[in-house]
Design a binder for this molecule. Sequence first.
Ligand code: ATP
Ligand code: MG
Length: 462
Amino acid sequence: MADTILILEDESLLGAELRRHFQRQDWEVCLCSSLAEARHWLLEQQLDPLVVLSDMSLGDGNALSLLEEVRKAQRPQEWIFLTGYGSIPDSVQALRLGAFDFLEKPCDLGRLDLVVQGAARSARAQRRVELMSSSVGQGVDAFVGRSEAAERVRALLQRLLTVPFSALAITGETGTGKGLVARILHQGGLHRDGPMVEINCAALPKELLESELFGHEAGAFTGAKGRRRGLLEQASGGTLFLDELGEMDIELQAKLLKAIEDKRIRRLGGEQEIQVDVQIIAATHRNLQQRVEQGSFREDLYHRLSVFQLELPALRERLDDIQDLVWPLVHEFNLKANRRVRHIPPEVWQRLRQHHWPGNVRELRNVVERCVLLAEDERFPLEWLQLGKSHEAEPVPVMKAEVQGDALVLPLDGSMALDEMEKHIIETALTRHGNNVVATARALGTTRETLRYRLQKYHIKI
Ligand SMILES: Nc1ncnc2c1ncn2[C@@H]1O[C@H](COP(=O)(O)OP(=O)(O)OP(=O)(O)O)[C@@H](O)[C@H]1O
Ligand SMILES: [Mg+2]
């Protein structure tokens, strides 16, 4: 997969020459001639270049301010500054902000190539570290549990990590770890050096989802301003995680199947076929076979996905895992909230085993969080379990957050914490409004400042 370099240069001849030069070396080049244009691509369109090659002073300001803004929002990337009148204060400031290098114009292309290659290597290495240090660095063992069912899941995962699959489906009730397993599969699998790109198919209307997945050329439809690479392209060399695939529109399913089979796609409004080498992991809490029978899921796509299928067991079917899951959670929340819960009375274990767990591990996590936060001493407080009557084990209908037309339905069964609800509402609204902060704030009846504060609070990147 071609890596992306963003060139920010307002001298059009030099810009065009640099573009040609890097395109010849198989870079995907995005050429911008002003800070505003670069800001648009980096922050609004979330273009994720490996390297940025930038002039220092542009018609509309100094590029250092953009570097500062982008640093907070982006995955690791390296910046190289190219300038005609490299003043010392600017270069010092550039290096302080973490720029990779600083070259004076006119710059020999051979030297520039060496610096760009070094920057690309450095950015790639940082991205690998970022991936490894995230929670699933431990491989299949991140899926915790001593039960036979959990062991079966780990054994299957271990096998799948060595198989070059092009599509795979994970099914299971809400909170059973579908997202976790998708990450384990990407980070330990054959595509681990590529990106993992994620999208929730239930969050977007059909047309928007289509252009997100396949990308579009400028003017492909009203509102399609620039050219945009779709997620299938962006994930090339890596993994595309399609969450809630069961909700995808049936016509789009046909297009997705074709993309999986041909390993080629065409952007909306585009002529050219683009090769994509991507492994697709789809997750759904629906019973896909049932959806096929009802006519809302395509049989051919179902068969394609079920070549490798991973069904995650509900927590109530593997009660022996509760202990293994609870202790690390207690430890985590002890640290976070500065508590020292160390003793879990037998009655608590008994209640935990009797509960029906409609929200599975996510619900268990929320319950443990509440109890640790409210604990007054070393004892896990039985009184805060509040598992309701469902410990008598009557089946409770499984609820989950979902979009219904213009409304968002949220479960009130304890499977979702208040903070999670708020985060989910904001993310859904942002997606609906194409990540436009002003429109999203308006839709949520709040101000831009409040929304920005919450975006930071919940680490939501747009
Ligand atoms: N076996 C497990 N071991 C450790 N943690 C787990 C396990 N299963 C789930 N979790 C944790 O439980 C939480 C919920 O899991 P996750 O988000 O992967 O569920 P999901 O199946 O994707 O749910 P949904 O269908 O609602 O999206 C996460 O914090 C996850 O890390
Ligand atoms: Mg999930």
